[in-house]
Design a protein around this ligand. Structure first.
Ligand code: NDP
Length: 279
């Protein structure tokens, strides 16, 4: 089975590359943005015509949440048209598509974990373009899995954990937002879940949620990052209003994982246990 991974230099792409050697029965093509620009439909069609692809995992995205507010067209090209072109190519070449989406499709007004069927209402350009990207996939192919995830971190690329570790080496105290609640996701655990889907031969297509288990605020997450890394630093909780950002973020974005656990028999670690894997 041949799997094309787009956006292969990003943190999820690198996490898939990290575990790929253990999957000796799968053949991977890792394509960075330089190798395959997903906004170039001719290039995608050409790529699919010249490589026999069974599965495409689209990890490519415009992920700069705040910058997206000023770069709407670029965010739209990558997060909406990119997935659309991949969906069309998958359909024309009999390949299945796994497309990654986000908790930012929700407005955060819920009081219990979001199921895949709950009403979406993105607060900013990033979430809006990601939601439109989901719809483009649904409209242009039928063999798709859309995986919504949240608060992704790893030893690769840029993410909250690496920012915290850098800041801790520069400062004595940190103030971290404590009134946004979600679930951290170790990108390697997400990568394993994606490959479980690839290997499952299950064709219950649709939208699925995945994150690690449990809930946290960014403040809780930061404290645990410092604890597991043996870093002694003063961390103060602050409200969202004390840390204004161009893009509004959901106050609550915990995802209900029952569907993916049931359909793919995936066991999910707590976020605290998953965080230990990075030390
Ligand atoms: P990264 O920003 O680390 O990686 C995204 C990758 O996409 C980069 O390597 C980038 O390449 C590539 N890319 C950008 N534009 C294009 C293009 N036109 N063609 C091909 N590749 C392109 O993101 P993550 O790995 O963290 O995110 C993976 C997925 O998870 C995304 O769909 C994201 O929306 C979703 N997600 C992420 C969360 C997080 O906290 N990080 C939370 C929830 C969902 P280059 O750097 O060369 O531009």
């Amino acid at each position: 089975m041949v799997i094309l991974v787009t956006g292969a230099s990003g943190q999820l792409g690198q996490s898939i590359q990290h575990i790929a050697p253990s999957y000796t029965d799968l053949q991977f093509i890792f394509a960075s943005s330089q190798d395959l620009d997903i906004t170039n439909q001719d290039r995608i069609n050409h790529f699919f015509e010249h490589n026999k692809i069974d599965f495409c995992i689209n990890t490519a995205a415009y992920t700069a949440v705040d910058k997206a507010e000023m770069e709407m067209e670029r965010a739209e090209a990558i997060n909406v048209f990119g997935p659309k072109y991949l969906a069309v190519a998958c359909k024309n070449n009999n390949a299945k598509l796994i497309h990654i989406s986000t908790d930012f499709v929700f407005d955060g007004s819920a009081e219990k974990p979001y199921s895949e069927a709950d009403k979406t209402n993105p607060l900013g350009v990033y979430g809006k373009t990601k939601l439109e990207g989901e719809q483009a996939v649904i409209d242009h192919c039928s063999a798709y899995f859309i995986i919504r995830t949240s608060w992704v971190y790893s030893l690769f690329g840029n993410n909250f954990m690496k920012t915290m570790l850098r800041l801790a080496s520069e400062r004595d105290t940190l103030s971290i937002v404590s009134d946004q609640i979600g679930s951290p996701t170790n990108a390697v655990d997400l990568a394993k879940a994606l490959l479980s889907i690839v290997k499952s031969d299950n064709s219950e297509y649709g939208i699925y949620n995945f994150s690690n288990e449990g809930i946290a605020s960014w403040y809780d997450f930061a404290k645990e990052i410092f604890r597991v890394n043996g870093i002694n630093i003063e961390v103060n909780p602050i409200p969202t209003e004390a840390f204004p950002t161009p893009a509004k973020r959901p106050k609550y974005s915990v995802l209900d994982k029952s569907k993916i656990k049931k359909n793919f028999k995936i066991e999910i670690k707590s976020w605290q246990e998953a965080l230990q894997q990075t030390t």
